[in-house]
Design a protein around this ligand. Structure first.
Ligand code: SIN
Length: 298
């Protein structure tokens, strides 16, 4: 029987007793969607499904993205993006090792950022005592907005921010560990495919209407329309605010976890604290979303 319980931390929930190798009925699926909107991150434990089932389940949330870094898309299943520090027998990376090394909201650099992502843990690195490594940290931008004092909220109303793939790519390259060979310079075609996008700084959650502080350290490049110098200072302040410990849940992975995050109300960071022979192998689907809309004045 499916059981849902909150995870330890300010948000997040865990589901046990569900096998997604068998498609869940509409009632169960509805409970998962509601939990995602309420808890922002939902971990479904002990999943051993194959790529087609991962894709089929993900498609129930919406149409799937195919990542611009196509060299890391799973062969035969381009909707699955591989994140891994492992190499095949010929020394070729099995996935992007450096994914998510800065705080970011998936695809916020696009006009229509993703609705949610579903990351399946196939192999989880461990330290010498068997403790998991390679955690993923999530920050809740709905909680962060709600905690702002009224004058700060008033200051943000009507502002917009620019989000850039090029910026996040360069930040991740700069953090790359020597010897990891996942990242190649972006081609002109890739750059053309992902021009910067502008979004309101405070958006309404597309399903619940809750206000969300929509900026992240990795991708958000600038805030528009403020006097010289004010924009960068405000952006730095807001990005630091969202990732305060009071709004952060740190996921410790178990092999078989299917972690679903509501991408619009969260941002995340992959912790880089493992090295081969500690193996990490994950597969992600990314669900398309809608263009974010500003919160309407009350
Ligand atoms: C990502 O989707 O940004 C990567 C998350 C992770 O590998 O923990």
């Amino acid at each position: 029987m499916m059981t849902l319980r909150p995870l330890p931390g300010p948000f997040g929930a865990e589901i046990t007793g569900l096998d997604l190798a068998v498609a869940p009925d509409e009632a169960i699926f509805g409970r998962i969607v509601d939990a995602l909107h309420e808890y922002a991150v939902v971990c479904i434990r002990d999943q051993r499904f194959a790529p087609p089932q991962h894709i089929d389940f993900s498609r129930r949330f919406g149409e799937l993205e195919v990542h611009v870094q196509s060299s890391f898309n799973l062969q035969g299943f381009p909707e699955i993006y591989c994140i891994s520090n492992c190499l095949d027998a010929g020394g070729k990376p099995l996935g992007l090792a450096e994914a998510g090394r800065v705080w970011h909201t998936d695809l916020s650099y696009m006009a229509e950022p993703s609705r949610c992502s579903l990351l399946h843990a196939l192999e989880v690195p461990q330290d010498g005592e068997g403790r998991p490594l390679g955690d993923t940290m999530f920050a809740n931008a709905r909680m962060a907005y709600a905690a702002l004092p009224a004058p700060a909220k008033a200051r943000l109303a009507g502002l917009e921010a620019v989000h850039s793939y090029r910026q996040v790519y360069e930040k991740i390259v700069a953090k790359s560990k020597p010897g990891r060979q996942g990242l190649k310079p972006l081609s002109e075609e890739q750059k053309r495919k992902v021009p910067p996008a502008t979004h309101p700084l405070v958006i309404a959650h597309p399903y619940t209407g809750a206000p969300i502080l929509f900026c992240n350290d990795g991708i958000t490049e600038s805030i528009l329309g403020l006097p010289e110098g004010e924009g960068p200072a405000l952006l730095a302040e807001l990005c630091a605010h969202v990732t305060k410990p009071a709004f952060v849940y740190r996921h410790k992975w178990q092999a078989g976890d299917l972690l679903i995050w509501d991408n619009i109300q969260t941002q995340h960071l992959a912790v880089d604290d493992y090295w081969l022979p500690q193996r990490r192998r994950m597969q992600r689907t990314t669900v398309k979303g809608r263009a974010p809309e500003a919160v309407r004045a009350a």
